[in-house]
Design a protein around this ligand. Sequence first.
Ligand code: SF4
Length: 237
Amino acid sequence: MKQQILYTIYDIFDQWNSDIDKACNRGCSGCCTQNVTITAVEGEAILRYILAEGMSLWLAEKLASPRTHQAPQMTTNDFASICLEGKDNDPGDHYNLAVCPFLEKDLCKIYPVRPFGCRLFISKKTCSAVHPALVSDSYFEAATAVTQLIEHLGQKEYWGNMLDVLPALLDISEFREIADHLSTTLIMQARMQTLTAKPLPGFLLSEEHTDEVSPLLHSIFAAEVKGKKVEDILNGK
Ligand code: SF4
């Protein structure tokens, strides 16, 4: 059920931003760094894809390669919670420009199941490591709101850097075939780097952009999965 909700959210977000004139093209990969954070729901979707595509050994080798990424110190909803309380907030510096290990010949090897942290990266101008992506403030706020919803969907489960959450999930028996290629120590170390996804404390949405972002959020809430409204599922009804 959670995975279907996730894909529904991805689809609605793609539709919502389809009118934006993007500079992004197949093969441009300036945004493919080791800074991607994911929830367990997204991680499980990636691991199922890896199994279906017969890529278990490939993934294990990627996850076992030298680790240069840094673990974030708080989740997006932790950050939102502190901001909404009006307190000073420093999410910590975990930015790392090292290339994502899933990028090969400038193409993403897990593209169909890439997480939202990758999907939200668009730019109106060609970007690179030294020329940051250009998006509107309303787009940035919309992408942040959807990131918060996806964390809410995965609440109480692993949240963190993709390169930690994926190994952390390998204790699920379904993914044994991948775990068998990795050491228990690596899996344990990765798990210790993860945080726990939190429920939505409220959106980090400015009054100025609420009118532009609200239709997107309403579309997500009104969507139905297995005959139930996504809003009701997210509210635990
Ligand atoms: S998972 Fe794919 S899209 Fe995301 S950063 Fe890595 S290579 Fe790029």
